[in-house]
Design a binder for this molecule. Structure first.
Ligand code: PBG
Ligand code: ZN
Length: 326
């Protein structure tokens, strides 16, 4: 009979021992809720592709914000939907557009809520691409100029953080200059630094009506096969002046998180995207696992890999579960 001298199980014998030596914490303060706003006023409208989520309007946002703060949620990531789309997505940078109006409503109701806004054109362009199309291609530099205007409009409305997600080269530097020129030097940038061209954005695109009408996003989003290139994107965004960096999807980027954590000092975020939410929800409904345990396990693994912050459609449920609720 073998008699190991070293026995890691000694520290797994009781719940107290396991609690005592646990290396990773998950807390509500680390969670960011994606929040969808639509033009106009009126009641929340359920989002069919994201069960449990609803489009809020500027009139429903104040009470929703109060509820989030009571639930322990510190931050939201705002997405707008267009009233009328056009080729260049001009509603995206309107100073009285749906996102600036939502930011003002949120900040008036709950000044302590951290308001992050997604900065992209795809929800506003008639063709659904993240940038403007010139000569059949998504034009990088023209798009960066427009993203600067979008970010400045969000900052003027009071956004704490703007989060460019278009994956254009130089978008962080371009937005930093636009913000500084507009007197918004205190508005921070959360860069979607390595964003895979992924199938896992389906439910989100259905919600936003932002699926590209032709082609796909592989000409600007990252090839999931490339880790060195992903690290280069992270480093570039840091050099361009990002204040925080994000990877997405989360579950397919754990190696990138771990490597980025060792190389970079900026706060790191991971986005557990709509397709990850859909997988967890579907698995739970099929009886494959208990939803609460599966969600907390994935969120904890994302934290263990190196994420300081996690954007997740489960933010409210997780906050409740972490507080001991059912
Ligand atoms: C828009 C954007 C997308 C997501 C966040 N911002 C979709 C896309 O790139 O097609 C995905 C979020 C999700 O799936 O939850 N640029
Ligand atoms: Zn986009």
């Amino acid at each position: 009979m073998s008699r190991p001298r070293i026995r890691p199980r000694r520290l797994r014998r009781s719940g107290a021992l396991r609690e005592w030596i646990a290396e990773t914490d998950l807390a509500a303060r680390q969670l960011v809720l994606p929040l969808f706003v639509r033009p106009g006023t009126g009641a929340p409208a359920p989002i069919p592709s994201l069960p449990g989520h609803a489009w809020q309007s500027r009139t429903t946002l104040p009470s929703f914000a109060h509820r989030l703060r009571r639930e322990g949620i510190l931050a939201v990531l705002l997405f707008g939907t267009a009233h009328r789309k056009d080729a260049d997505g001009s509603e995206a940078w309107a100073s009285d557009g749906v996102v600036p109006q939502a930011v003002r409503a949120l900040k008036r109701a709950e000044p302590g809520l951290v308001v992050v806004t997604d900065v992209c054109l795809c929800a506003y362009t008639s063709h659904g691409h993240c940038g403007v199309v010139r000569d059949g291609e998504v034009a990088n530099d023209a798009t960066v100029d427009l993203l600067g205007r979008v970010a400045a409009a969000h900052a003027a409305a009071g956004a704490d953080v703007v989060a460019p997600s278009a994956m254009m080269d130089g978008q962080v530097a371009g937005i930093r200059s636009a913000l500084d020129d507009a007197g918004a030097s205190q508005t921070a940038i959360l860069a979607y630094a390595t964003k895979h061209a992924s199938v896992l954005y389906g439910p989100f695109r259905e919600a936003e009506g932002s699926a590209p009408a032709f082609g796909d996003r592989a000409g600007y989003q990252m090839d999931p096969r490339n880790a060195r290139e992903a690290l280069r994107e992270l480093r570039l965004d840091a050099e361009e002046g990002a204040d925080l960096l994000m990877v997405k999807p989360a579950i397919t980027s754990l190696d990138l998180l771990a490597r980025a954590r060792r190389r970079l000092d900026l706060p790191l975020a991971a986005y557990q995207v709509s397709g990850e939410f859909a997988m967890l929800r579907a698995g739970a409904q099929a009886g494959a696992f208990e939803e609460r345990a599966a969600v907390l396990e994935t969120l904890t693994a994302i934290r263990r890999a190196g994420a300081d912050l996690i954007v997740t459609y489960y933010a409210r449920e997780a906050a409740r579960w972490l507080a001991g609720g059912a």
